[in-house]
Write a protein that binds this ligand. Structure first.
Ligand code: ADP
Ligand code: PLP
Length: 276
């Protein structure tokens, strides 16, 4: 049976991040995507692409979750941008009610290109209710600094310290995305399962077309878990998947460029075609 995967996240109408990134990625992984939308992120072209986040009522979130969980069990769940505080409570309620496994918590706190934090008051509740049940959490460098309480992270050693602190909050695994922000030649992420640190590296691409990279990476890990891969293998494959998506990023509008979620499979297909 095809793995069923749910994303509880915000909608990015521009198509690169949020729910849109998640569903595209789930599909690329051959899994069946479900969604519960928590909020809408809209961007204003007259205001230099400034972001506005409008949250959905908790009642509507509840109705979506009821719909999703009415069917058979879900093999994996990803959380992204969470709207109201009650939405976080609801997510936890459904996780407990349906004994949900394979939970990826992407602790989305800000959109790329904006320094302003999105719903900072959510961070405390996410720490309290979602991180303790997470199979893995996927903070970027800024989010890892905030979750760990260590502030600015500048080195791999800083990332290791942050990873240890984040694991104390309850998730079974953590991957901190050094990505473009870490001052290294390669794009380096740090995976930690409580036993050993593993550095994941790939070429750092010179591109600004990276909108949606974080969502795509977390969605790929979720779909890997849903497909039955181990946590480590899911992370290793997701790193390749998102690297291809960034390498083949697309100019979408005058303000930003998106990762191309279909790039990894298209490259595979091309290779297969060339072999035949
Ligand atoms: N310029 C880049 N070249 C290669 N990989 C990158 C680049 N920027 C980010 N990545 C990778 O993309 C994934 C998402 O990271 P990042 O963009 O930092 O997340 P977020 O969108 O949450 O800030 C990570 O695996 C990171 O290493
Ligand atoms: C709904 C939503 N979720 C998450 C993000 C974070 O995106 P990224 O994957 O680029 O970090 C954004 C950014 O615009 C968004 O609109």
């Amino acid at each position: 049976m095809i793995p069923k995967i749910l994303t509880i996240a915000g909608s990015d109408s521009s198509g690169g991040a949020g729910i849109q990134a998640d569903l595209k990625t789930f599909q690329e992984y051959g899994t069946f995507g479900f969604s519960t939308i928590t909020s809408f992120v809209t961007m204003d072209a007259d205001e230099n692409w400034s972001h506005t986040v409008t949250s959905l009522s908790t009642d509507l979130v509840d109705k979506q979750l009821k719909t999703v969980y009415a069917g058979a069990p879900l093999q994996a769940l990803k959380t992204g941008m969470l709207g109201e505080l009650d939405t976080i409570r609801l997510a936890r309620k459904y996780i407990d009610m349906y004994n949900q496994k394979n939970i990826v918590v992407d602790p989305v706190m800000a959109c790329k290109g904006t320094s302003e934090l999105l719903q900072p008051e959510n961070v405390a509740l996410m720490k309290e209710l979602l991180l303790p049940v997470a199979t893995i959490t996927t903070p970027n460098l800024i989010e890892a600094g905030i979750l760990s309480g260590l502030g600015e992270l500048a080195t791999i050693d800083d990332m290791k310290q942050a990873a240890s602190r984040i694991l104390e909050l309850g998730p079974k695994n953590v991957v901190i995305k050094g990505g473009k922000r870490l001052n290294t030649d390669k794009a380096i992420d740090l995976f930690y399962d409580g036993d050993a640190f593993l550095l994941l590296e790939n070429e750092k691409f010179e591109t600004d077309y990276n909108h949606g990279a974080g969502c795509t990476f977390a969605a790929a890990i979720t779909a890997g878990l849903g497909n039955g891969l181990s946590v480590k293998d899911s992370v290793l494959l997701a790193k390749k998947f998102v690297a291809a998506a960034i390498k083949n990023g697309l100019e979408i509008n005058p303000f930003l460029g998106h990762v191309w979620h279909g790039a990894y499979n298209q490259a595979e297909l091309r290779l297969k075609k060339e072999k035949n």
